[in-house]
Design a binder for this molecule. Structure first.
Ligand code: 0XW
Ligand code: MG
Length: 369
């Protein structure tokens, strides 16, 4: 089975219910890129990459498309059953840009699963569950509003929350955490995500003001070094998210013991093949992690859920998908949905979702025949 041609689609995904606010960025709408790889036997597979705006990470929608323009012409004729061969070809045409290469890797996994009649979860080593936990991520907002939303989401069945704080107003951030704790208490596990917005001094004071509340602090500061400097000085687990820019960064964070867990993003790590390596490295050191992506529709959501289904449950921090913030689905027959704070693993071969091509419009680029 060889790659015959590749179609690229651009899809605008408005953020339902107003902007999504984090310490590092505010977004009103996202521009997603879908990759369809068509093989010479007529089968096809889908991938997706959707950076959450241009400043959350060193990724952006047009960057992904430009990278795919460099990469894709060289993939025509490649062995579609080998993500390794294709990864080598991609690296020979463009250095870095793992978040664009990720969409190709995911599409190949989907294609291979369809070819073999097995799910992507099976290709990733085998699912241990058919329903994965998700978590609800609040936006940076007023303490009372955040506490109310937290209570509602726990009542809906979310087993975990991620509370965003702004990193600009210490008292307000601490008040948000205290109000959420009063509202939900031990009924749920929670992380507080600084999204790189805090200085080390701010993080230390924040930690003091929240003493006694058992949350995980996620990516408080910008660099790996600043976060590492908090280790042993704050009295709670420290997770990294944005700092794990690639597998090498994950390896470094694990080897130095600086992270107690991770928020992983499949596209940031370079696709499912590489995200599975990060998963396995975490297993060696008993580290918890999530399986998320920055944003995107059913295709990336299915990829995150399949990967999440293969993680040892006691260390799995959930699969975050953007569904609650998006209207509509690429696949209306088999949408990826959060129900009771959990997500059913899509059934069928490959990713188990198929975008309705009619709703995508014409491809913005085609490589190959
Ligand atoms: C909650 N997320 C997974 C969605 C947005 O991309 C931000 C992100 C995070 O944890 O930072
Ligand atoms: Mg995060």
């Amino acid at each position: 089975m060889r790659i015959e041609h590749i179609n690229i689609y651009g899809v605008v995904l408005p953020v339902v219910g107003g902007p999504y606010r984090m310490a590092s960025a505010t977004v009103n709408g996202l521009d997603s890129t879908l990759v369809e790889i068509v093989a010479d036997n007529g089968l096809s597979g889908w991938g997706e990459t959707c950076p959450i705006g241009p400043v959350y990470q060193p990724h952006h929608a047009l960057g992904a498309r430009a990278a795919l323009e460099e990469i894709c012409p060289g993939l025509v004729g490649a062995d579609a059953t080998s993500t390794r061969t294709v990864a080598i070809r991609m690296d020979s045409r463009l250095t870095g840009h793992g978040y664009a290469k990720a969409a190709v890797d995911i599409a190949l996994m989907d294609l291979l699963g369809r070819h073999l009649g097995v799910s992507v979860g099976t290709l990733l080593g085998g699912a241990v569950t058919d329903r994965v936990p998700s978590y609800y991520s609040t936006i940076v907002g007023q303490p009372d509003d955040t506490a109310r939303i937290a209570r509602e989401k726990v009542e809906k069945g979310y087993p975990r929350l991620q509370i965003k704080v702004g990193g600009k107003n210490l008292e307000q951030d601490a008040e948000t955490v205290h109000k959420v704790w009063e509202a939900v208490g031990h009924r749920v596990r929670f992380a507080v995500d600084g999204n790189r917005g805090m200085t080390a001094a701010y993080a230390l004071q924040f930690d003091l003001l929240c003493e006694g509340i058992p949350f995980v602090l996620e990516q408080p500061c910008n660099t790996m070094e600043e976060n590492q400097g908090l280790k042993g000085r704050i009295r709670r687990p420290l997770y990294l998210d944005e700092s794990t820019e690639d597998l090498n960064a994950v390896l470094r964070a694990i080897a130095t013991g600086m992270a107690d867990g991770f928020g992983f993003k499949v596209t940031r790590l370079g696709g499912l093949t590489k995200a599975a390596v990060a998963r396995d490295l975490c297993a060696i050191r008993s580290l918890p992690h999530s399986c998320d992506d920055a944003w995107g529709g059913d295709v990336i959501a299915a990829a995150c859920v399949h990967l999440g289904s293969t993680v040892e449950p006691r260390r799995f921090e959930g699969a975050w998908i953007a569904q609650e913030y998006i209207e509509g689905h690429y696949d209306r027959e088999n949408p990826v949905l959060i129900e009771g704070g959990h997500i059913k693993v899509p059934k069928g071969p490959g990713l188990g979702v198929r975008p309705d091509k009619a709703s995508l419009g014409n491809p913005i680029a085609t490589y190959g025949r």
